[in-house]
Structures are given as C-alpha cells and as structure tokens.
Design a protein around this ligand. Structure first.
Ligand SMILES: NC(=O)c1ccc[n+]([C@@H]2O[C@H](COP(=O)([O-])OP(=O)(O)OC[C@H]3O[C@@H](n4cnc5c(N)ncnc54)[C@H](OP(=O)(O)O)[C@@H]3O)[C@@H](O)[C@H]2O)c1
Length: 252
C-alpha cells in the first residue's frame, strides 16, 4: 500500500497497536478513522491528532457493523483502506470443570467474525477505488500457539488462512490484502503488566519497524518484524517443536 493519501478505518484505534498505527498514518498524510467501544478513549486520541475521526463500533455486533459500513462509505467516499486491528486475548483454563466457553465465543466473534463481517461489508466499495487495502492484524501465535490461550491462537491462525484465501480471490482486483503479525508487544492486551513487560517489544519500536516495511515494500503480503520471525518461520526453519516448547514449557 502507499503510506500516504489514503482514507483508512482502524478498528481498535483507541489504544495499543491500533493507536500507534493511527497516529503514524495520520502524521503521514492519511485521513484516519478510528473505531472501538470506548468512545472517550477514542475521542482523546482524536483530540490529540487534529483531523482524526473517532466513531463508536462494537466489532462483535453484526448489525452495528452493517450500519457503520453503510454510513462511513457514504460520509467518506474516498475510503480505501481498513486495518482490522480490534482484538481480545484471554487465558482459558481447559482443565476447569466446567470449561467456560464464553471466552471462546467472544474471542471468535471479536477476532474472526468481526474482521470478516467488516471487510465483507466494505469490499464492494473498496473494489471501486483506484487502490485499496485490507490489512488484518494477526499474531506470531497464528504460527505457534500459546497453550494458555487456545481460542485466541486459533482465531489468529484462522485469520492468517482467511487473509491468504481472500488475497488469492482478489488477486486481479485493486484490493491488496496484507497480514500484519505482531510479536509480543508492550500494550495492555492482557492487562496493564504487559505494557511494562521487558520481554515485550516496545510499542514505538514495533510501529517504526512496521512503517519501514510498508514504506520499503508497498506490495508486501505479510508484515513480519524481526522479532516475530522465529514464530512465523518455525516450520520453515525446521524447529517448530523447540519453539513450541520454548513458548509453552516442555512436556512433563
Ligand atoms: N500486544 C501484543 O503482544 C500483540 C501480539 C500479537 C497480536 N496482537 C494483536 O494486536 C491487536 C491490537 O491489540 P493491542 O495489543 O494493541 O491491545 P489493546 O490495546 O487492548 O487493543 C485492542 C483494541 O481492540 C479494541 N476492541 C476489543 N474488543 C472490541 C470490540 N468488541 N469492539 C470494538 N473494538 C474492540 C479495544 O478497544 P475498546 O476496548 O475501546 O473496544 C482496543 O482498542 C489485536 O488484534 C491483538 O490480538 C497484539
């Protein structure tokens, strides 16, 4: 994608990676529209970046997605990019009795169906643009699962697959499908401690590397920063079992 001159929706743009991307795309000369559930958080980000637009959207609500897509396309006819970034990650104790499936339900609806529904609602419009982009934030855990979060890992692997299939279908159109797979990054995804964890990549450093990759490779299909490569390429590197054990602890 070109990193300037776009009109971009960024879901989950009120915090973390979404906010980081929103601010960098805004500074690079794009009209950025951020969405999320927490309107006051979104408004604060928009106020700090004059010209940025904040709109409430619960990505788990299919009817709300349809209404949002129709309105945003009519209000912003130049809209040509969506960054599917909103997501949730919770630990699921599979040895509990009973196993609580609410986390799995919510995670699939948010991380998978939300992205599929919003992208689908926008695709007819995106195809009418000279150049358009669907970027989906997956995870290094799409490639090597974190045992503590089975549903989360599955949704990210699922969205990797969805991105590949959608890219193939759209290969002769003007819509570019990009996957952005972050490593472990300092955000509050799993709570406030994560933002201070020295083992996680500093957010600004991560966003810098992402923007550099997008700038250097406008046709990139997967944005994989150096820190994510051991996970992304574990199978290709022939050390999946070692990486899986390193991430999750060895079997007893
Ligand atoms: N940080 C990492 O280590 C890491 C690694 C790999 C992948 N990722 C991915 O990066 C993306 C961003 O996460 P982050 O790390 O930046 O954490 P974050 O700050 O918690 O961001 C998640 C965002 O998603 C939004 N969101 C969650 N549920 C939503 C819903 N139902 N409707 C609308 N928005 C919703 C949240 O906004 P509201 O609460 O306002 O709705 C929030 O802004 C996620 O897809 C995550 O899986 C993160």
């Amino acid at each position: 994608m070109q990193i300037t001159g776009n009109t971009i929706i960024i879901t989950g743009g009120g915090s973390g990676i979404g906010r980081g991307l929103a601010e960098r795309f805004h500074a690079a000369g794009n009209q950025v529209i951020i969405t999320g559930r927490n309107k006051s958080k979104l408004d604060a980000v928009a106020a700090a970046n004059p010209g940025m637009v904040a709109i409430s959207l619960d990505i788990a609500d299919g009817a709300a997605i349809k209404a949002f897509a129709a309105k945003v396309v009519s209000d912003y006819p130049a809209l040509n990019a969506v960054i599917n970034n909103a997501g949730m990650m919770l630990a699921e104790p599979m040895t509990a009795d009973p196993v609580d499936t609410k986390i799995a339900d919510d995670t699939v609806i948010t991380n998978m169906l939300g992205t599929m529904r919003l992208s689908s609602a926008l695709l007819p419009h995106l195809q009418k643009q000279a150049q358009a982009t669907i970027m989906t934030v997956t995870s290094g855990l799409a490639f090597v699962p974190l045992a503590m979060t089975p549903a989360y890992s599955a949704t990210k692997a699922g969205m990797h697959s969805w991105s590949m299939a959608t890219r193939h279908q759209l290969r002769d159109t003007n819509v570019q499908v990009i996957e952005l797979a972050p490593p472990y990054v300092q955000t509050e995804l799993m709570g406030p401690d994560q933002a201070k964890d020295p083992n996680a990549m500093p957010l600004a450093e991560f966003i810098d590397e992402v923007m550099a990759i997008l700038t250097d490779n406008p046709d990139v299909e997967e944005v994989i920063v150096e820190r994510c490569k051991p996970l992304r390429f574990a199978i290709e590197n022939g050390n999946f079992d070692q990486v899986m054990a390193g991430l999750n602890g060895a079997h007893h």
